[in-house]
Design a protein around this ligand. Structure first.
Ligand SMILES: [Zn+2]
Length: 123
């Protein structure tokens, strides 16, 4: 038997410790939740900070943060998202947790609380 030297496997792991950067504070249950919706339809969204651990480390508001703080954080994130053209983006209200497919509603008052609607991605 030849004394084969084992090659060290290349380290192919990609930065698993990199924080995921969110550009919105809510999400929807499924990928294609926006399919089939019209600009008249509002769909319920779920606060991301209730779904992940340590939301503050990911730039999200704390679970116990009050509505104003959540809205402030969501506004900052929306500004970032608004600087990137993303097809199929819609709008949402991080206070009422509702979203709509019509990007034309961006900045218009939420039908429930009248705060300006923010940019929302469906995936
Ligand atoms: Zn609202």
């Amino acid at each position: 038997m030849w004394p084969f030297k084992k090659k060290n496997p290349k380290n192919t792991s990609i930065g698993s410790n990199q924080p995921i950067l969110f550009s919105q504070v809510d999400t929807t249950e499924r990928f294609d939740d926006n399919v089939g919706l019209t600009s008249d339809d509002w769909i319920a969204t779920i606060p991301l900070n209730t779904l992940i651990r340590d939301p503050e480390l990911q730039g999200l508001p704390a679970v116990e943060a009050d509505g104003d703080v959540v809205y402030q954080v969501a506004t900052k994130l929306s500004r970032i998202r608004e600087s990137i053209p993303i097809p199929n983006d819609g709008v949402y209200c991080p206070t009422c947790h509702i979203a709509n497919v019509d990007i034309g509603k961006l900045g218009t008052p939420c039908p429930k609380c009248s705060k300006p609607l923010l940019k929302f991605g469906w995936d």
